[in-house]
Design a protein around this ligand. Structure first.
Ligand SMILES: [Mg+2]
Length: 211
């Protein structure tokens, strides 16, 4: 079994919160895990500011409805599954309530996210965290099942899973992430991952997808 554990935001789709910040004009929402690695603290900050500025879950969902995956994302997932034989697991610290429309656009791959809690008035009140000690635990469980694991991510919260997987690729990291990732393979485009997997599989065959 080959499983690709792929981060969502920053890899397949844009970072959602800066776009939410842009759409709402709320400066405080521009901060992401690239700047603040303490994710529960960051989410408490975001939830506090949404409430402060009168934004309910549906308001945030309406903003996200306008966001599209990166143009290279669809073809990447397709090549990964059809050419190289990976099952795709989206392993994300995003929330189902926000990620769902984007996942649908990407062909509804299996996804492992957190959940947002909201009250009867539609205010976001908290987070229901997935039962894992970070994304690395998802990879660890797959390794226990003897899976061959590929991991792709872009930020601090991806580094441990990238290091544990058989193949790990860091996509367009921030300078802060890059500074602590000298041991990892960095790519600018997802197509480079497909290319490197083809080479490491040793089949430089005559397929039409080779340059
Ligand atoms: Mg990310």
């Amino acid at each position: 079994m080959k499983v690709a554990c792929i981060d969502l935001e920053g890899v397949l789709v844009p970072e959602l919160w800066p776009l939410i910040a842009e759409a709402t004009g709320i400066e405080a929402l521009f901060i992401t895990t690239r700047e603040e690695p303490d994710y529960p603290a960051l989410m408490s900050w975001r939830i506090h500011h949404l409430r402060k500025y009168g934004l309910r879950l549906t308001d945030v969902q309406n903003i996200i409805a306008e966001i599209e995956p990166f143009p290279e994302a669809g073809i990447f997932l397709q090549q990964l599954t059809e050419q190289i034989g990976y099952k795709v697991h989206i392993v994300s610290d995003c929330f189902y309530q926000l990620a769902d429309p984007l996942l649908k656009t990407l062909g509804s791959p299996s996804a492992y996210c957190h959940s947002l809690e909201s009250d009867e008035d539609g205010w976001i009140t908290g987070c229901l965290w997935a039962e894992r000690q970070g994304k690395v635990e998802h990879v660890w469980r797959l390794l226990q099942q003897n899976a061959e694991v590929l991991a792709v991510g872009d930020a601090f919260n991806d580094l441990a899973m990238l290091r544990l997987a058989h193949h790990g690729f860091l996509v367009r990291p921030s300078s802060a992430t890059l500074a602590v990732s000298q041991d990892l393979t960095v790519v600018e485009h997802l197509a480079e991952i497909i290319e490197q997997l083809h080479y490491s599989n040793g089949f430089v065959e005559s397929g039409s997808h080779r340059p």
